[in-house]
Ligand binder design. Structure first.
Ligand code: NAD
Length: 418
């Protein structure tokens, strides 16, 4: 018997789109128009590495839709970054930028590689080659990459520098840059902060008091750390955290500062020591006894095989597409509320947008201004999603997609075929 094939990530995202399209009664032609990517680029990236070996990598950039503005989305360096995954993430960016009302379309890119296996010099040369391949397709008014898994501010600086060789000084071509090169205050913590604003807003709707609420966080990278920190600052008790090496569970709550220190020192959260804490397998995080679960690692972490074990009342999706459609059905039936990724983790792209605005205007905003504007964006988007939820009597994810799809469909209609 042949091996069952992995479900396409792009098709999975399109199933979410279809649910909203059904509610909005979109025609078949409109559905094809809104789901077909605008442009896809696949490039060969040869690298003669420092050790004298020739490696040939593949790089991708998928530009999904530009009806509402230039396309925006991160660049991922990861062994699983293939065309299907990048295409799915590009589509999610279209819906994400639309639901929070940013004047952008969606894109995503990646190089299929393991950046931890590359020297700094090789990483720089690979990044510059990728930027050379993309320079005719990206630009401050066309498509603006940013960091994602496996990439960071230094890589964005190289990309900006390489693009600027062709087009003149162009800080607005990428976001997530170092502060010295036009990066924005507040970008590093933005996704976690935005997720916190989203949780703070929905909690009263669920009769959930944040003070004393128990939280479990999967993944302790950029999103997981900052989300945990803001929730802890609001009085939540962080009872379990995991990373790729395992889970640390502390029913009395753990100290986020000490956890970060342990994770930085030993390379994993499992090095944390505290009263009543136990180390478990990384998969055990999902079934932790908690009120709020924050998946902040990989896609597909909540699936048909573990959705029934979830004890949380609220799932706030820090990661992109962490819940499979099958798991969504189970959670809906069990009345577990899911704050969907396209809204809950949109803080990152929102502050990236603020960075781009500052670059275009050659202005600098204060950290306070960035936080205030982010708060405003998250509040306004929540109001729109809540309204759609009432209008269509549906769940939060479908409501968020309804808001997004309606905005993109209307922009495309007004622009005509472009
Ligand atoms: P990161 O690389 O900083 O951190 C990822 C964390 O997940 C690490 O702690 C890693 O050990 C852990 N991890 C990996 N595999 C795991 C597994 N199987 N089980 C448990 N933990 C595991 O990445 P990040 O920037 O925090 O991004 C996390 C997720 O959030 C991704 O899905 C990303 O696309 C999404 N996201 C990130 C941002 C952002 O601004 N960084 C914005 C929106 C969405």
């Amino acid at each position: 018997m042949s091996k069952p094939s992995r479900p396409s990530a792009f098709e999975t995202v399109n199933r979410l789109f279809d649910k909203a399209a059904d509610l909005l009664e979109l025609s078949e032609e409109k559905r094809v128009e809104l789901t077909t990517p605008y442009r896809e680029l696949m490039v060969r990236l040869p690298l003669l590495s420092e050790d004298g070996k020739l490696h040939v990598f593949r790089g991708y950039r998928v530009q999904h839709d530009n009806s509402r503005g230039p396309m925006k989305g991160g660049i991922r360096y990861h062994p699983d970054a293939d065309l299907d995954e990048v295409r799915a993430l590009a589509a999610l960016m279209t819906w994400k930028t639309a639901v929070v009302g940013l004047p952008y379309g969606g894109a995503k890119g990646g190089i299929q590689c393991d950046p931890r296996q590359l020297s700094t010099l090789d990483l720089e040369r690979l990044t510059r080659r990728f930027a050379q391949r993309m320079e005719g397709f990206i630009g401050p008014r066309e498509d603006i990459p940013g960091p994602d898994m496996g990439t960071n501010a230094r890589i964005m600086a190289w990309m900006m520098d390489e693009y600027s060789k062709f087009h003149g000084y162009s800080p607005g071509v990428v976001t997530g840059k170092p502060l010295e090169l036009g990066g924005s205050q507040g970008r590093e913590s933005a996704t976690g902060r935005g997720l916190f604003f989203a949780v703070e807003r929905i909690a009263p709707e669920l009769g959930l008091a944040l003070d004393g609420a128990r939280v479990a966080v999967q993944g302790f990278g950029n999103v997981g750390y900052w989300a945990a920190r803001f929730l802890a600052d609001a009085g939540c008790r962080i009872v379990a955290v995991s990373d790729i090496d395992g889970t640390i569970r502390c029913p009395d709550g753990l100290d986020i500062g000490a956890l970060r220190e342990a994770a930085q020192r030993a390379g994993s959260v499992t090095a944390y020591e505290g009263p009543g804490c136990e180390r478990l397998d990384r998969e055990e995080l999902i079934s932790s006894d908690c009120d709020i679960l924050v998946p902040a690692a990989l896609g597909g972490a909540i699936h048909a095989g573990n959705a029934a074990d979830i004890k949380a009342k609220l799932i706030a999706e820090g990661a992109n597409h962490p819940t499979t459609p099958e798991a969504d059905e189970i959670l809906l039936e069990r009345e577990v509320t899911v704050l969907p990724d396209i809204y809950a983790n949109a803080g990152g792209v929102t502050v990236s947008y603020f960075e781009w605005v500052q670059n275009l205007q050659q202005m600098r905003w204060s950290a306070e201004r960035v936080d205030d504007e982010l708060h405003q964006v998250m509040q306004t988007a929540f109001d729109a999603i809540k309204k759609a939820r009432g209008e269509f009597d549906t769940d939060w994810r479908a409501a968020a997609f309804v808001v997004a799809v309606r905005r993109v469909a209307e922009a495309a209609r007004l622009r005509g075929l472009h």
